[in-house]
Design a protein around this ligand. Sequence first.
Ligand code: GTP
Ligand code: MG
Length: 267
Amino acid sequence: RKRVMKISTGSKQFDTILGGGFQTMSISEVFGEFRCGKTQLAHTMSVIAQLPKDLGGAEGKVAYIGMSLIIDQMDAMLTANADTEGTFRPERIAQIAERFGVDPETAQDNITYARAVNSEHQMELLNKVAEYFVGNEYRLLIIDSIMALFRVDYTGRGELNERQQKLNQFLSKLTHVAEALTLLCLVEFNVAVLMTNQVQSDPGASALFAGADGRKPVGGHILAHASATRILLRKGRGEERVAKIQDSPDMPEKEATYIITNGGIND
Ligand code: GTP
Ligand code: MG
């Protein structure tokens, strides 16, 4: 039988506002501006998910979907705040593994990494991970960052009706992503889904992706329906970062501070 597990973030304060960590059989979305630690959180949790339960882990494997962005595509995004890396860094996994006394190679081997090159491919990969999950003890699925490729593929620069068409295609695709994610974690597998997302604060960027106040996740409410827990990350004082629960089925809207170290997310 499946039992809900909680996977630690690496920060005790962050874990506390989550009620222990990110839950399996649930979708969570962390969103925030560039450099606030979304990718670092994803890397940290990819190691912690493998640890024993008493260390905040779920004793499982990890699937990690990263995005491949090239410079031309970055231009198309019309924003200087674009996710510049969005990709998986094995050497960071090794560093974080050392913090937890885990063999770096073992930690890397337990993470199945795939890089999506466009939004279509991202969808294919999502369907593929479902196959990987069958008969394997996967406990965490990372998608970093879920909207980056959609922004590239569907940012319209053309005529109004052309843009409207792109918008419709985009929304339909997004609905499929949301459905695939919901199926993955709610119905079939004991997996925590953690997706990262950016905020759109550049007024020159496509209205399609803009949040009203720059503190909204890219992609808007369709994706929001798929995520049970949504957390806003932002920069705090000095090196500090702040996590704030925005939507949760069972936790109040509290804040926690954390820092990013060589060993990943910490207090
Ligand atoms: P975008 O993907 O650009 O939207 O940002 P993000 O939210 O994913 O930020 P990310 O998780 O990449 O955090 C970047 C920050 O992490 C940097 O500004 C550094 O402060 C910190 N960081 C990255 N790598 C290391 C490292 O090896 N050691 C330490 N101590 N900090 C690091
Ligand atoms: Mg990132």
